[in-house]
Design a protein around this ligand. Structure first.
Ligand code: SF4
Length: 328
């Protein structure tokens, strides 16, 4: 049966328009993310994310490097938003998220909806993948409202660092079909030091619980392409700065052992990370293996493990044990 994203019903009932109005009103004294800067984004961009009334888009494309359930065969229709509500010292996209991104273009809802329809109709992507969306929730919902009128009918992926406010996420209930949050830390101390975020652990865990309440476990079509549900990403940091075992244990105990996770080994010390001794190297085989072993012990069985360097030999062993995880 043909999948219909949940936002179509929301549009038809008039609720989507109501959400646009409610979210835009919150820009007057911005509390869209947990920072609650209180700035009037109609007049200035003086909040932590340095974003005003308009969405700032760095680029968009059909992306074939996401998890297989997102990229499928035709790619994930990715929109990279500029600026960010975190400042990770190891950010791989720091020119987009933290610097003066000369390629960024400020867009109104009409332009943003045009991109969504282009990704769907011309590039035939499986979904619209909103990367770093947290500070542009009102702008995104406004653009979706316009795009549905133009025929948008593929799932929206909310690809976030999980520093999201639950009240903003509630406005996305029925709008987003696929949530793709990171779970970056299990220590507020390291989150503050490396990403300049206060209360990341509580905020991200509350956000992930709300996302799961909305969409549940991952559902795919007959080709394995995601239609709805939660996928949680975890990037292993050196010296266990990401608190991998605690984060994954929290997921298993508080979300579900059936939750889909994507465990990433790709960390390398870019941006300012080389100045931070705890983050100034890639992860070791031992660190990677410890996380993989722990995933298995916790009974987390759905998702993907990113392979380490070819010289490392853990994943073939892991696969021989018959673990259902896929290797990417
Ligand atoms: S979205 Fe931006 S301005 Fe609004 S609370 Fe978050 S960081 Fe501050």
């Amino acid at each position: 049966m043909m999948f219909t994203p949940s936002y179509v019903a929301l549009y038809e009932s008039g609720e989507l328009e109501s959400r646009v109005n409610q979210l835009n009103a919150r820009l007057l004294s911005c509390d869209i993310c947990p920072r609650s800067c209180g700035v009037n984004r109609f007049e200035n961009s003086g909040g932590f994310c340095r974003s005003g009334r308009l969405a700032a888009v760095s680029s968009y494309c059909d992306h074939h490097g996401e998890e297989p359930a997102l990229s499928g065969t035709r790619g994930s229709g990715t929109i990279f938003f500029s600026r960010c509500n975190l400042r990770c010292i190891y950010c791989q996209n720091h020119q987009i998220s933290q610097g003066n991104d000369s390629s960024a273009q400020e867009m109104d809802s009409h332009q943003l909806s045009w991109i969504m329809l282009h990704l769907q109709n011309d590039l035939e992507c499986h979904n619209i993948n909103l990367v770093s969306p947290s500070h542009f929730v009102p702008q995104i919902v406004e653009a979706v409202h316009e795009a549905v009128r133009g025929g948008l009918c593929i799932p929206l992926v909310y690809n976030t660092n999980a520093y999201d406010s639950v009240s903003a996420l509630k406005m996305l209930d029925g709008v987003i079909d696929i949530y793709l949050p990171d779970i970056k830390y299990s220590s507020d101390k390291w989150a503050r030091r490396f990403s300049r975020s206060k209360g990341y652990v509580t905020a991200s865990r509350s956000a992930i619980m709300e996302m799961y309440r909305q969409v549940g476990n991952l559902v795919t079509d007959e080709s394995g392409v995601a239609q709805r549900g939660l996928i949680v990403r975890h990037l292993i940091l050196p010296n266990d700065m990401s608190g991998s075992i605690q984060s994954l244990g929290w997921l298993a105990d508080n979300i579900s052992r059936d939750v889909t996770v994507s465990i990433m080994s790709q960390y390398y010390p870019c941006h300012n990370a080389s100045q931070e001794p705890l983050l100034a190297r890639k992860i070791t085989s031992e660190e990677y293996h410890a996380v993989v072993t722990c995933v298995e012990k916790m009974g987390l069985e759905n998702g993907w493990l990113q392979q380490m360097d070819a010289a490392e030999n853990y994943l073939p062993d892991f696969r021989r044990e018959g673990h259902p995880f896929s290797v990417i």
